[in-house]
Design a protein around this ligand. Sequence first.
Ligand code: ZN
Length: 881
Amino acid sequence: MRTDTGQIVYLADYRPTDFVLERVDLTFELHPTETKVEARLIFHRREDTDRQAPLVLDGDELSLLGLLLDQAEVPAHQYVATAESLTVRDLPESAPFELTITTVINPEANTQLMGLYRTGGIYCTQCEAEGFRRITYFPDRPDVLAPYTVNIIADKAANPLLLSNGNFLGGAGYGEGKHFAAWFDPHPKPSYLFALVAGDLGVVEDTFVTMSGREVALKIYVEHGKEPRAAYAMDALKRSMKWDEERFGREYDLDIFMIVAVSDFNMGAMENKGLNVFNDKYVLADPEIATDADYANIEAIIAHEYFHNWTGNRITCRDWFQLCLKEGLTVYRDHEFSADQRSRPVKRIAEVRHLKSEQFPEDGGPLAHPVRPTKYREINNFYTTTVYEKGSEVTRMIATLLGRDLFKNGMDLYFDRYDGQAVTIEDFIKSFENVSGRDLTQFSLWYHQAGTPLVTASSSYDAGGKTFTLSLEQMVPATPGQATKEPMHIPLRLALFAEDGTMLTPTSVTGAELTDDVLHLTERAQSVVFNGIPSRPVLSLNRSFSAPINLQFSQSAQDLALIARHEADHFARWQALIDLGLPNLLAAARDARQGVPVTCDAAFVDALLAAANDESLEPAFRAQALALPSEADIARELGGNNDPDAIHAGRQAILALIAEAGQDVFAALFDSMQTPGPFSPDAASAGRRALRNAALTYLSQSDNAPARAKAAYDAANNMTDLSAALTILAHRFPEAGEAKAALENFHDRFAENALVIDKWFAIQAAIPGAATLERIQGLMEMPLFKRTNPNRMRALVGTFAFANPTGFGRADGAGYRFLAEEILDIDQRNPQLAARILTSMRSWRLLEPVRADHARSALMQIERAGALSTDVRDIVDRILK
Ligand code: ZN
């Protein structure tokens, strides 16, 4: 493990390399514990740099076996090799030269899952962000691009499959029991996009004919026997390829596109050129093992990694500060893809839920950082929801400001201008300025200022003058390292409605630019007057969540109900229902804490049940409406001195009140929302299942016994219904024999299937209440529990820490102490995973004093531990600051 050196990297220190890398030629002799890597690198000195400058290459836990310069041994005085770097002096002043570097690495011992490692008997790599330097000494930074030739030599019986990036050149036998394969990737790429996979896997094959008529071979590699489960991923891949041609004019550029699914992976997936490597959770699906949410994730992530081929690979990042250049943009692209494939408003609702529950707490806490940061201690800690999801929102706002056509032109210019280059956010923004003539200087603050802007709105109507006045103020809160902020350019979509629900159009507007339905808020305070409004309007503000802000605007329950009923923008309808419900949930938490009975406004319950019952609305939307804000959402909205038990009790009480008022509605929905016929994962069927299971959740809230949920469990013929029923049984009736029987049944049925057993662990990790910690400790003793598998750790420890506020946050602090010990243990093997799970503590300062004290002690226990990885050191220091 690399321990912390306290070194910080600054954007301001960026400078290009002294040497240009022309070509890379790699030869791997694979062996589980002693893999030999020979790297032949051709460099030349950059013209405008020092003729004497040495070449400094990155390494990480490497040892050098041999070093040749133009095929001749390099004398010892000419180089210095450490585990972390290789420095070579006295290199040619201008002529190209070839450096041949030999290293030996141990894939089996690589528990960090960065570089070349072993998983399930196969060899696999993960190089983003800085994993390539664990394979060989290299200028391991994204602005060093070169074509790669890769030769792989391995035992033939154990590794019939030898894969790398690009096109297949050829292969043959190679001595006793061995064979080799050669790959060539003509597209210059940075080292983080390198990949190698070798082993014995099954394959699903297909082809895709691109818009210019080229045939591309598509291959998805999975464990033998699991081939049928890759069918949905293949379908999603073909749809992604088609969509990117139609929407963005982007065509695939190699003869072959491969995806490999592995079961030990630190992240979701990786966009290596021509050879994507996936966490198998995001490839494998069939009705028996995958929920509708799994299908949707597979579709989105297959698309995301494929879309990176242009946004990330053909045009990449100059340095890691620019990570959002590829990630924010590619998330935006996959969001748009899913919106086109499924229901746009339902997709938007899901995105905003996710943004608010994951990114808003990050932006409002100690880990807040700009979408384009200016410094980091460990880059792996910046693969955050801010870079990804807020990065996507910022891209979406550019599209909103420019409109669909100009946005498309800007993307075209970006692709034309920067193809084959490693560029910056400034280059990206320039493309949109150039096509639109718009000055995006102020807008670009979205990349540079951290924190969720707070927009406060108030309005008045003058019946005599027929004018409606909207006063807006914006404030961006202070964040670590950024005490004061400038006002931002905030695009607010809006609409005005008459009492009968028809839309009102002003004759003119003063005080702000208004293009179509987009109002441009650019000042700290702005007063906008809408003229020619015949009657008091109801304002729908920030339609479709056009800006990722917190909005403070008190609207009457009547006005919100009108929006919930009449808005053409269904996202805004959902938002209105949330706005109606939230004050009830906040009050309920306070009441529960005081021991006062919880009540709920009838206006909210009526509006909610009306939406649930409204057959003109799609079932998926109605299900979203019924899903109340989570306990973590409520905690965030309460803003401090939080008691997780009171929040839970208050929310449960509200659920019970809704369940009681809506019993008939829910019973009817539970019956009518069946999905007859064979299972289909399509969005409409998934929506019906979601609504039916939402109804079941409410019904079970009123049930005093688990019979109905148990019957649903027994009747389920797909994983969505099965896991929904199991969740209800385990969470609502944890002590009942039915819950225990169902958990046992689920375990026995799926013991062989790691991805399903992850669900089994996760459902139990989320059981509310103090007793869950002991349950988890018991589960960790099972042979099924594998500490080295990231999915399993995330399912059990991650779910507990991120999604169980009452269990994890139990009042005696035992949950936090448990986490501290786990983090220290995980850190020994897999620092990235440890650091990621530790971010679950980011909101500890919002807890009431007793729990906050326990949380601080647990964090300090980590901080005081001896040898921490840079990853964990960085997170714990920032969380405690
Ligand atoms: Zn990505």
